[in-house]
Design a protein around this ligand. Structure first.
Ligand code: NI
Length: 135
């Protein structure tokens, strides 16, 4: 019996979308307000979905305390109250779009969770704009 287990967290972070190799004009044209010179913030929400078999001994798919700790350490502690462009080496040369952030987060979590679990993440940048990976 495979069951999906979810852990939800929020974190706040600043970013701006731009390419160093493009002119200010081109950045504004492509990224609009998101290219604003002095950054802007989002209240991100992350839904982590772990699917696996119920362990008949414990009745758990995964110990939610373990999942909570992994998500806290790998995502919240790393990105909360950070400037993604300036503070986080993951985005030194990578535009911190929702698409890129979710792939980075997935890879961080995937590395810490047993391969017997299927993992999917959903990242809300705003209430109306969100991303899912893998699809
Ligand atoms: Ni933004």
């Amino acid at each position: 019996m495979r069951v999906a287990v979810y852990r939800k967290i929020t974190f706040n972070a600043a970013h701006k979308l731009y390419r160093k190799d493009w002119s200010d004009e081109k950045n504004k044209e492509v990224f609009g307000l998101c290219a604003n010179e002095n950054f802007h913030g989002h209240n991100y929400r992350l839904d982590v979905r772990v699917v696996g078999e119920i362990n008949p001994e414990t009745g758990y798919v995964i110990d939610l305390n373990e999942l909570k700790t992994v998500v806290q350490q790998e995502v919240h502690d790393r990105f909360d109250h950070r400037n993604l462009n300036l503070d986080c080496p993951e985005f030194k040369d990578l535009n911190p779009t929702g698409e890129n952030i979710i792939v980075i987060i997935y890879n961080l979590l995937r590395a810490k969770l047993d391969s017997k679990y299927d993992l999917q993440v959903r990242l809300y940048e705003t209430e109306r704009n969100y991303f899912e990976y893998p699809v």
